[in-house]
Design a protein around this ligand. Structure first.
Ligand SMILES: [Zn+2]
Length: 168
C-alpha cells in the first residue's frame, strides 16, 4: 500500500472511507438491478422509474464522489441520508417480506430492498469515526476537537464548536 502525505488523502483511502464507498456502491448496484427488473416487468411508469430508481442513484453517486474527494457536504448528507435510507429500506424490506407469503416474487423484491438498506448502516458508523473525520478535515487544527459545524452553505469552511477556529 502506498502511503501518501496526510494532506493528500485521495492517494489512498482510509478504512472507513473504503467501507462507505463499498456501502454506497452495493446500494447503487442493487437499486440498478431492482430498477432493471421493474422495467422488465412493466409494472412501473416512467415517472416511477425516474423518482424511485434514477433519483436515488444520482443522489448516491454524487455522495459517493463527494466522499472519495473528501467534500464535507457529502460527509454530512452521506450520514443523514445514509441512516434515513438504511432505516426506511430495512423496514420496507421487512414489511415486503411479511406480505410475500402468497407471492414468491415479492420475496425477491424484499431481498433486493434489504440488500440496499443493510449496507448503509456500517456506512453511518464508518463516517462517524475519527479517521473518516480526518479524511474530511473535520478535526480542528488548533485544538484537535472533532465537533465542528459548517462555516458556510457548502461546508467548504468549518468552525470548531469548542474554540471557534475556522479553516477550509
Ligand atoms: Zn478548536
Amino acid at each position: 500500500m502506498s502511503v501518501a502525505s496526510p494532506e493528500f488523502g485521495v492517494n489512498y483511502m482510509k478504512k472507513p472511507i473504503v467501507i462507505a464507498v463499498v456501502s454506497v456502491s452495493i446500494m447503487v448496484a442493487f437499486r440498478i438491478i431492482m430498477g432493471g427488473l421493474a422495467l422488465l416487468s412493466g409494472e412501473l411508469s416512467l415517472v416511477d422509474i425516474l423518482v424511485h430508481i434514477m433519483l436515488p442513484i444520482v443522489a448516491a453517486v454524487l455522495i459517493l464522489v463527494g466522499i472519495i474527494k473528501g467534500h464535507r457536504l457529502a460527509w454530512q448528507w452521506g450520514r443523514l441520508l445514509g441512516l434515513a435510507a438504511a432505516i426506511i429500506l430495512t423496514v420496507a424490506a421487512v414489511v415486503t417480506f411479511a406480505y410475500s407469503a402468497e407471492q414468491p416474487g415479492m420475496m425477491i423484491v424484499a431481498a433486493l430492498v434489504a440488500l440496499q438498506g443493510i449496507p448503509l448502516f456500517p456506512m453511518f458508523f464508518a463516517l462517524g469515526t475519527k479517521a473518516a473525520k480526518e479524511h474530511f478535515r473535520l478535526i480542528c487544527p488548533s485544538c484537535g476537537n472533532s465537533k465542528v459545524k459548517g462555516g458556510n452553505f457548502l461546508f467548504t469552511r468549518a468552525i470548531c464548536r469548542k474554540c471557534h477556529a475556522t479553516w477550509s
